[in-house]
Design a binder for this molecule. Structure first.
Ligand SMILES: Cc1cc2nc3c(=O)[nH]c(=O)nc-3n(C[C@H](O)[C@H](O)[C@H](O)COP(=O)(O)O)c2cc1C
Length: 278
């Protein structure tokens, strides 16, 4: 029996995100049990940027619900993620959790390649902004194997199924979860599958998911991307991810080496401005 974790990044109970996660689970053909969590209900504090999770016990020092959620992810065989669009991007609970993601590296063994699907839900067709990029970033940074992601539209709770096509999409997502990873669409980044690009002038582009640069050609009418990997690959391969982890771990040593030089810069900014405190 497989274990699927349904992660819902909406505070709304029985809203579109919850409904789509349950529908996708119903469409998974492999016998499984579904465990659910609503991300905004958990006490997830902002990352303190202290890097403690990279050293010693390789755990975050903050006492909140982060490990509860992380453990649920570790125990699952696969993940269904549904995220509502809030102001042209994914609901903030997703980013708040992702910001604690340096702690993922210590669990790369269990996280790498976990199958996942993701759905973004926006109230107004076409007004999702960077929601899908946020979902893709989350699923990639947590080292999962993204089988399929898509947007659906519906403002009122349940409205996504006014459109019957979304039932078909849910079935596709469900069936893809434990199947072979589909080949990439031609209009996506050939390295990572991202479909959001920054246009840098001339024919230069940069993929906003893997951060690699290259060129776009459109002689045949449809875009053809040539993208080159660079240093610091975060998730293109397990080896590269671990290389980045090792680089991060060396930061402590680099900090000690550069301490005096860094202090020279920061000390002159000790004063200035008046702080508003909570
Ligand atoms: C604070 C807030 C901001 C929103 N911003 C957007 C938006 O920028 N674009 C959009 O299409 N829908 C937006 N919506 C609509 C939601 O994405 C939509 O209602 C969705 O179905 C919510 O999912 P849920 O039912 O799982 O909560 C917003 C909703 C809220 C509450």
């Amino acid at each position: 029996m497989k274990k699927i974790l349904g992660m819902i990044a909406s505070p709304r109970k029985l809203g579109n995100c919850e409904i789509i996660v349950k529908e996708i689970s119903r469409q998974v053909e492999v016998p499984h049990e579904l465990t659910l969590l609503r991300l905004p209900e958990f006490n997830i504090q902002p990352c303190k940027g202290c890097y403690h999770c990279l050293f010693k016990e390789k755990q975050c020092i903050q006492k909140d619900d982060f490990n509860l959620v992380l453990n649920a992810m570790l125990e699952a065989d696969a993940l269904i993620l549904a995220v509502p669009t809030y102001f042209l991007g994914p609901n903030g609970s997703l980013k708040l959790f992702l910001d604690r993601g340096l702690a993922f590296y210590a669990h790369a063994e269990k996280l790498w390649g976990k199958p996942s699907v993701g759905v973004g839900i926006a109230g107004i067709p076409g007004k999702e902004g960077y929601t899908l990029l946020g979902i893709q970033s989350f699923l990639k940074i947590m080292m999962s194997d993204i089988k399929k992601i898509t947007m659906m539209y519906g403002a009122l709770p349940g409205e996504i199924f006014f459109n019957e096509q979304n039932k078909v999409l849910a079935a596709e997502l469900g069936k893809s979860l434990f199947n072979a990873t589909p080949s990439r669409d031609a209009h996506t980044c050939p390295l990572c599958g991202g479909d959001t690009f920054r246009f840098m002038g001339d024919n230069k582009v940069k993929c906003m998911l893997c951060s690699n640069s290259g060129t776009i050609a459109a002689e045949t009418g449809s875009p053809v991307f040539s993208i080159t990997p660079s240093e610091h690959e975060l998730f293109l391969s397990r080896e590269e991810a671990m290389k980045h982890f090792e680089w991060l771990c060396k930061m402590k040593g680099r900090f000690s080496e550069e301490k005096d030089r860094l202090k020279q810069i920061s000390i002159s900014y000790l004063s200035g401005g008046t702080w508003i405190k909570p």
